[in-house]
Each structure stands twice: as structure tokens, then as C-alpha cells.
Write a protein that binds this ligand. Sequence first.
Ligand SMILES: [Zn+2]
Ligand SMILES: [Zn+2]
Length: 284
Amino acid sequence: MTKVNYHVHTTGSDGTLSPRQIVEQSVKAGIKYLCFTDHHPFPKDFSKFGLTQDYSPRTCNSLKYYSEIMKLKKEFKDRVDISFGIEFEYLDGFVAFNKKEMLKRKYDLIICSVHFIPKNDIFVEVPWAPENWKGFIQLFGSIKNGVIAYYDQIKKIVELNLCDCVGHFDLIKLYYPDNWKEIEKQRWYKKVVLNILDEIKKKGLCIEVNTSGFRRLVKEQYPSEWILKEARKRDIKVIIGNDFHGKNQNPIDEYLDEGIKIAKKVGYKSVLIFHKRKPAELLI
Ligand SMILES: [Zn+2]
Ligand SMILES: [Zn+2]
């Protein structure tokens, strides 16, 4: 099975391993295509946008980090194909900032993701624990309202069309305390998801098979199998990654085979790799 990991965090954001450690572990694990996708930092005046904290020190936009990746790229070029990517945060107030920052470096791949949802002038984190759902539902008035508010942000990523890939499409499900499949069965949910997929196809963006959900309560990849099937039907391309953070000493290739398996199961014959923001197909 071709080993590719296109979603990896390092000490350049909230990961525990340095870029060099990641590359060394990737080579050992037989990964042939690797893309660094650290979280881009927030603007300095992040509190102006309703965020209460600057989650982690993020240095992946520094020249030092960039030089380190370029050095590794050269040094390991015969063993692993390294791409320089980034994961931008979609937040309403950040668009101008993100636009400017995207041009500062020659990225190979830009992922844009939603981790926060706006509500009453503040940003609320996607429920990151089962017990957070109660407050989340209270705040938005219902599960449906909260979930739609999440997808409204995903929709904006697609409409803006500044990135190459929409990150972990249905992340909102990660710590849902009951059966998420019941939500997915509802007509409003399907409609919201399918509308966004149509728009993704129109804009020519890709999505990811992100296998980090196997580490969460939901115990499956993002997006769910039926969503991936619908994406395949529309010929929306995918990248594959495990959103590696190096926590709990989990291996760099954790759940990558599961990602390939599910992609094949719904009919994908290839995944994308990126160089200078140009996609190429890699047979799986
Ligand atoms: Zn993310
Ligand atoms: Zn990530």
C-alpha cells in the first residue's frame, strides 16, 4: 500500500515532534509522500475577533521554520517526497489576514479548516469533549442550529476559494456523545452536506480523508463513508492524512492504511499530492 501522510503537525504549531523527527520517523515507517500542515498562527490582535486565547505558540510562518523544511526536503529527497503545506484557520474576521499570509511563503498545499464557530460576537470551539455538547446545544438553541452554524463556516471556505483543500469536512461529529449516524440520516443534514459538495466540485477544491477521527469518540475518518461516496460520485479528489500531532507516542503512520482502504472502498483509484499548489494523482 502506498504510504502517504498529507496532514502532519510539528513543534511549529501544536505537535510534539520537530520537523526533522517527523521526517526520520516517516522514512522508518516507509512513508513516501509527506506534507507538513502546521496550524498557521492567529493574528496578533486575535482577541478583537472574539477569541479568548492564542491556543498555542505557532512558529510555522517563520523564516527559520521554512528554511528547516527546505533543508529537509533536499536532504531526504531520495527517501521521501516532502511538501510544505499549512492549515489555515477559517474565522470570519481573519480573511484579509489569511489572504496576506498565504502569499508570504511558497506553499505546496493550503488546507483551510474550521475549529471555531461564531456566535454572539465570540467564537465557540467545536465541541472537543462529549460533555461540551450540552452547552453547545444550549448556546445555539438546538443540535441542528449548531451543526448548521458549523457548516456555514465550511461553506464560506468553499465560496472564498483561496485554498486547495477543505480540512476534516465533518469534524463537528468528533465527540458527539450519542449516535452521530442518527443526525446524518436527517434530511436537513444531507441537504447541507450535498450542497457544499456540489460547491466544492464547482470550485475545483479537494477534500481530505482525515483519519484522526479514529482517535476520537466517533472512531472513524472524516468525512463519513456516505459523504466520501458522494464526493467520489462528483469526482471530487482527495488527499489522505492522519492529522499527526505526536501525542501519546502514536506512530506517524497510524490509521493511514485505514484511510486508503476507505478511499478504495468508495471507488477512489488515486489520491492527490501537491507541489507548488499543483495537484498530481498518486495511484493507490
Ligand atoms: Zn484541524
Ligand atoms: Zn490539523
